[in-house]
Design a protein around this ligand. Sequence first.
Ligand SMILES: C[S@@+](CC[C@H](N)C(=O)[O-])C[C@H]1O[C@@H](n2cnc3c(N)ncnc32)[C@H](O)[C@@H]1O
Ligand code: SF4
Length: 331
Amino acid sequence: MRFCNRPYDHFHITHNGKTYSCGWASKRMIGILSEQTVDEIQNGPDVQALRDSIEDQSFRYCRDTSCPYISNDSLPDLSPEDFRKEVDARLGKPPTNFNIAYDYTCNHACPSCRDGLFKTDPGYRDMMARMEEQLLPYLGNAKFLEASGNGDVFSSTYMMNMLSKVKPADKNCLITLETNGVLVKRNWEKVSHLEDYQLTVIVTPNSYERATYQELAGGFDNLDFTMDSLDFLCELRQAGRIKNFIITMVIQQANFREVPAFVETSLTRFKADRVQLRPMLPWFKLFHDKNFALRDLTNPKHPDHAEFVQVMNHPICQDPRVFHWSGKISA
Ligand SMILES: C[S@@+](CC[C@H](N)C(=O)[O-])C[C@H]1O[C@@H](n2cnc3c(N)ncnc32)[C@H](O)[C@@H]1O
Ligand code: SF4
C-alpha cells in the first residue's frame, strides 16, 4: 500500500493563515491559523478527508503532475501491517513537519507567481504576530521545518525575526529555506544558528542571463546580488556549514533554451548538490488561468513543445544530480 505522511505530519501555513496538509493537492485547505488553534486544525474534518483518501488508497485529492512523489513513483510501498503502523503512530499527535512561509511579501514579482509587488494592509502586522505566537511552541518539536512556497523568506522581516527565535530540540531537524537568492548573503547572520541543523538552501534564479533574469523576476535586475549569494552558499556548502544546496529553474517560454547552460553553471561554478528542473505549473496566480495550456511547454500542442523535449533530453539533463520535477519527458 502506498503511504504519504503529509496529511498526518504536515502543517503548511500560507498567506493569511490558510493551512494545508499538502500544497500540491487539489483539496488543500485544512483550516485557518489566524482564526483557529493548531489543535483545532489538526483534528478537523478536512484533514480527516485527506487521511481517508490515503487510507482507502484512492489518493483522490492528489495531483500527479504537481506532486514529485507521484510523478516519480517514489511514495513508499508498504505491507498492510506496516501501513497501519505508520498511521497509528501518528494519530492524536501534533504535527512535526511545518512549512512556515505564510508571509506573502517578496522583493520580486515573477510573472509565473504574481502580478506585482505585494502591499500589506493595516491588520497585517497583528495577524503575523498572532500566528507566530500560536506556532512558536510547536516549532521546538519540529522534525522538519520548511520556509518555501510563499513570498521570499529572506526579504520578510517577519520570517527573519521568527527564524531567529527557532531552535528545534532535535539537531537532526531537516530545515529548508527556499529563496530567489537576492538577500541571502546580506541576511545570513539572522539565520546562521540554523547551521547547527540539517540545513538545505534552495535558490531559484531561473536564469543566469541578465535580460531573461530581469524578465522572469518581474522587471527587477538583482542578478549580481543573486550570483554573490550563490557563490556564498557554494562556500558554505563546501565548508559543510549547510548540508544541501539546491538550485531550481522554473522552465517557461523565456528560459527553456537556456536549460543546458543553466545546469552546467549550477553544477560547475556553484557545485549544487541538485538542480531541479520544474516546468511552469498551474500554481500561484496561474491556478485559475484558463489559458494556461497555451503557455505550457509540456503540452504537445504548444508550438515549441518538440524543441522543449529536445532540450530536456540534452545529455547534461541526464546527470544524476538533475531532478526532473514533473518526471522525465521521453524524446
Ligand atoms: C513561490 S516561490 C517562493 C520561494 C522564493 N521566493 C523563490 O522564488 O524561490 C517557490 C518556488 O516556486 C517557483 N514558482 C513560481 N511560480 C511557479 C509556477 N507557476 N510553477 C512552478 N513553480 C513556480 C519559484 O520559482 C520557486 O522555485
Ligand atoms: S516566485 Fe518567489 S521570488 Fe518570484 S515573486 Fe514568487 S515568491 Fe517572489
